[in-house]
Structures are given as C-alpha cells and as structure tokens.
Design a protein around this ligand. Structure first.
Ligand code: SF4
Length: 278
C-alpha cells in the first residue's frame, strides 16, 4: 500500500471545519513543523499529553550501536522499562520497523506468554484509530488485533458508521502481547508498552481516536468510570498534535450485555461528528 507523504495530507472541508471548531488549525503537520509549532489552548474537557521521554541509555558521549533491550526482572523498575521501549520506539521510522521491534521486544513479562506480538493493522491516516487494551487468544495466534469474538463485534460497530479497517480505520491495543488468561495488563506492563503505542499514533496519524473499555482510562490517565468518560470529546496530544478522543464500552462487553448497544451507538454518533464523517 502506498503511504501518502505528510506534504500530501488531504482533509475534507467538513473535517477541517470541525477541527477549527475544536481549536485545531492545522492537523498533522509535517514533523519539522510540529517541532516548531506553538501550543494551542486546550481542545476539550480533558486533554492528556504524551511526549516520549528519550532518556539516554548510556552515559553522554557513548553512542550504542543499536537500542538496548533487556529482559524484565523482578527488580527492574518501571522507569528502566520505559527507557528501553522509548529508545526502540523512537528509532522506528515506519510501521514495518516498529512491528519488527515489537515482535522482538522483551521489555516486560508479557513476552514470555505470547505466541505472536500483535502490533496493529489498518489504514494510514485513518478517520478513526481504535485502541483497545490487550490482544485476545485468537489475536495472539494470528498476530492481528481484534480478530476474536470482540473483534467481530467491533467490525459490526464500525460497519454501523460506514467504516472498516480496510477503508478508514486503524486498530491497535495498549499492550502488544496477550496477558495470560486474558487478565488485565499490569500498570508496569502498560507503562513499558506505551512508547510503542505513542510512536504508532505518531506514524499512523489518525484523525480521531476511539478508546474502548479500560484503554480509555489508561490513555486519559484517570480512574473515572467509563460511563462518566463517555459522551465527552477528550483529546490526546502526541508530539504536539491534539487528536480528538471518544470513549465507549469495549465490544467484549456487548457480547454479554447487548443492552449497552444503545449507549455505544450514541458514542459512535459522537465519533462520526468529531471525525467529520457525518
Ligand atoms: S507487551 Fe509491549 S513492552 Fe511488553 S513485551 Fe510485549 S511489546 Fe514489549
């Protein structure tokens, strides 16, 4: 697939109008312009900024030939884990390289139980980037996100707003390796893997983000319940770029609680509006 260059980024008039309404004058500037861009006023009710902390892994003046990756140990601190994955993520200049680095990553204990790492898939510069929490069993076997039963539900949700991962969506997770027994990822695992997600967002350049389930609380760095985060336009700032973020329930919840589909439908309508699709 041919990836459009930053200078060729195109947005519809409706999308640009919505961005201006939200206080975003220029979406996804080329990287050299992002560095020089002045900060804008807050976009919405909540805005969370993620700027990778690039801490040198060696004393200054000593240049490693390649980024260091160490296997996690019980004594390893969260800060040390973030240092390793930050260096790896920062050195990836495209999604293919990032996927290879994720596949070889041993920065947290989840590497020990995976069959395959699950980096993400979909369209570059999508209208929507869906972010879940962690791969499921079938995702782990196939190395693709959201292909298990919740993934089928997600595809149905996207179809309801005339969207799909083949057309205008990119799909990923907070952690790229499946936690054993589908347990929740631990905070140290989320922290270790976050630089990969932030770099992925930077490379994918989504117009909007749909955070499903507990991924919303991780991304927004809050403990507020999901029902209080829903129906609000949040924003996530990645390397100076504010991206509208909408929260909804995880598609897995809908499998057991189909009555929540009405609430998810409301969230999808808000997502459509925010991403200029309605
Ligand atoms: S979950 Fe993320 S940080 Fe942990 S081993 Fe997998 S890729 Fe590395």
């Amino acid at each position: 697939m041919k990836v459009p260059q930053p200078s060729a980024l195109q947005y519809s008039a409706l999308q640009l109008a919505w961005l201006q309404e939200l206080g975003i004058e220029k979406p996804w500037l080329p990287s050299e312009q992002v560095a020089a861009k002045k900060s804008n006023p807050p976009l919405a009710v909540t805005a969370v900024t993620h700027a990778p902390t690039r801490v040198p892994l060696r004393p200054s003046g000593v240049t490693p030939s390649r980024p260091a990756v160490r296997a996690a140990s019980a004594s390893q601190s969260a800060a040390e884990l973030v240092m390793d994955t930050n260096a790896l993520a920062a050195s990836a200049h495209d999604l293919t390289t990032l996927a290879k680095q994720i596949a070889g990553c041993t920065a947290c204990g989840l590497c020990r139980g995976r069959q395959q790492a699950v980096p993400g898939e979909g369209i570059m510069q999508p209208s929507i980037m869906v972010i879940g929490e962690a791969p499921e069993a079938l995702d782990d076997r196939e190395g693709r996100p959201f292909v298990d039963r919740p993934g089928l539900m997600l595809d149905n949700m996207l179809t309801a707003i005339q969207s799909s991962r083949a057309h205008n969506v990119y799909v990923s997770n907070m952690v790229k390796c499946r936690p054993p027994g589908n347990r929740n990822p631990k905070p140290i695992e989320l922290q270790a893997c976050k630089p990969f997600l932030m770099r992925q967002i930077e490379l994918v350049r989504p117009f909007s983000i749909l955070a499903v389930g507990r991924a919303a609380q991780s991304l927004l760095e809050t403990q507020e319940p999901l029902d209080q985060l829903r129906q609000v336009t949040h924003s996530l700032t990645v390397v100076g770029q504010k991206i509208p973020l909408i929260v909804t329930y995880h598609p897995a919840l809908l499998l057991n609680h189909p009555g929540e589909k009405a609430a998810v439908w409301q969230d999808l309508q808000l997502l459509k509006t925010v991403s200029g699709m309605s």
